[in-house]
Each structure stands twice: as C-alpha cells, then as structure tokens.
Ligand binder design. Structure first.
Ligand code: ZN
Length: 278
C-alpha cells in the first residue's frame, strides 16, 4: 500500500464500486492470499464472499477507493484464498501502511462495539454523521474513539543508555522506561514521574523523539530521550525487576523492530557509537 489514505465519516452514495474491507474476527484480520498488495478483500459487499458481518463502518478512501471496517459474525467458513491473520502479525508485516490502517480500523470497530449504549443513562446510542462519534438521543452524551497517551523515555549518560526489564518479561530482555499519562499531567510531568517511580533517577534536557499509535489497547506512545541528572538506579521492584546503564555497543536483548522503543534505542546508540550527541 503506497497510496494515500483520506479519513472520512460519511460513506459515499451507492456507486456500486468495490471497496477495501478490513474484516475482523476478534483481533484477527481477513487477508486475501493475493499477489497484488494490499492483500485485503476488494468487493462491493462481504456478502459476495459468503460472509456475514455484524457491523459496517466507513473509514474513508485509500487511493480514491472506499474502505470499510466490519466485524465478522463467525469464522467457521472463510472464502477460498483467504485467511485470518493476527493483528500483531499485520502490524509487523511487510506492508507498514496496511498495518497502520488495520490498527486504525480495529480501534474504530472496537470503539463502536463497546459504545452501543450510553454509559451515562443506558439508552442505545446513534452514529453521528458529522464526526467520528456516537451520541445518546436521550441525554446527548457523546463518545469518541478513545486514545490513551503513554510516554517512553530513554535516558542517556555519557556513552550509556538506561534500559529496564519489566517483571513479566523474559530474563535478559530490556527496553526503555514507559508509562501512561495520568489526568492533569503535562507530558514532561509524566516522564519525570515515571523515571522517579520506576528507577529513582532525575533527568534533564528532555527531547521529543517520535510517536507510535498502537491499537490494542488503544494508545499513543510518545517517545522522548533525556540526559541523566542525578540519583542511583533503583528499580521499583513492582513494575521493574531490573534496570541498568548499558554501553551503547554492549546491549542486552531488545524489543522487536516494529516498536518505537527499538527505533529509538537503535537511533540513539548509533549516534553515541560514532561520538555524536543523540
Ligand atoms: Zn444517555
């Protein structure tokens, strides 16, 4: 997928033209076994493939063609030449644009499924036509697809970076620190709080690195680098089992390539290794 995606709310008038379908069963995407990309069903309606779907939400256009997300009623029989693929595999697959769009489609589908009734008064909600929202006809309470901001922080000290192992991770696997933004916090507050809570350090010279949306649970990871200021590395023992500064050329086992943590660690250590400031 190399063309442009244009998000939109209102579906086009019935034109009879085929659409791309992001059809999910639980957290698995229906992919066509086609040699041409994108490997998505491309038809007027999923019924043409003998599939029953529970909901159908318009997403916008990709390369000028309409895109929908749909939830499959069941997955007992799939059309010939099609298979279900886990969302994580699609996100880490050979086509990053398809992965990003599949993540967006999944979040919108899940939000729609989870907000059929007003969370304030219990009345069935209705779709709004002017924005991506569902509104309660009784009390007017409106819900939007949720995104939880989270931060990631890579602390630099000389030629070293601070990496931590979460309790539930395998021995030897390390990554940057991360945590969710709490209500009322500025991102800078979250970064400083998480650093203090998880490893007992103070930081300075905070710099934005980049961001990565993630579909399940729906979050937006905002990644930063900072310089070490003071303190002894003290893992909290609750979330963090181990933490240490590692030389930029002697790193432990790291997360996979699709994560922003890996991109940030690779970028920072490459700069440190050639004596540049990250
Ligand atoms: Zn209501």
């Amino acid at each position: 997928m190399k063309q442009r995606f244009e998000p939109a709310i209102a579906p086009p008038a019935e034109s009879g033209e085929p659409a791309y379908w992001f059809a999910f069963h639980k957290a698995e995407l229906l992919v066509a076994d086609a040699a041409d990309m994108p490997a998505l069903p491309h038809c007027r309606d999923l019924g043409e493939l003998g599939l029953n779907s529970v909901r159908r939400i318009y997403l916008g256009t990709y390369g000028g063609r309409p895109c929908y997300v749909s939830e499959l009623a069941h997955a007992e029989t799939l059309p010939a030449g099609h298979a279900l693929q886990g969302l994580r595999a699609v996100l880490g697959g050979p086509d990053p644009a398809l992965g990003t769009l599949a993540g967006r489609a999944f979040q919108i589908m899940e939000w729609d499924r989870n907000h059929q009734f007003c969370s304030r008064c219990g009345t069935p909600t209705a779709v709004r036509r002017d924005e991506r929202a569902r509104v309660c006809p009784a009390c007017r309470y409106t819900t939007y697809p949720p995104v939880s901001p989270a931060i990631m922080i890579l602390i630099v000290r000389g030629r070293e970076i601070l990496l931590a192992r979460k309790k539930e991770w395998l021995q030897g696997r390390f990554s940057a620190l991360a945590g969710f933004v709490e209500p009322g916090e500025e991102l800078e507050d979250t970064v400083r709080r998480e650093t203090r809570e998880e490893v007992g350090l103070e930081i300075t010279n905070l710099r934005y690195f980049g961001s990565q949306p993630w579909p399940c649970p729906p979050q937006l990871m905002l990644a930063f680098t900072a310089d070490y200021a003071s303190g002894e590395v003290t893992p909290d023992g609750i979330e963090i089992a181990e933490a240490a500064f590692f030389d930029c050329e002697k790193l432990p086992d790291l997360p996979g390539g699709i994560s922003i943590s890996r991109r940030m660690i690779d970028s920072v250590t490459a700069k440190l290794a050639r004596g540049a400031k990250p």
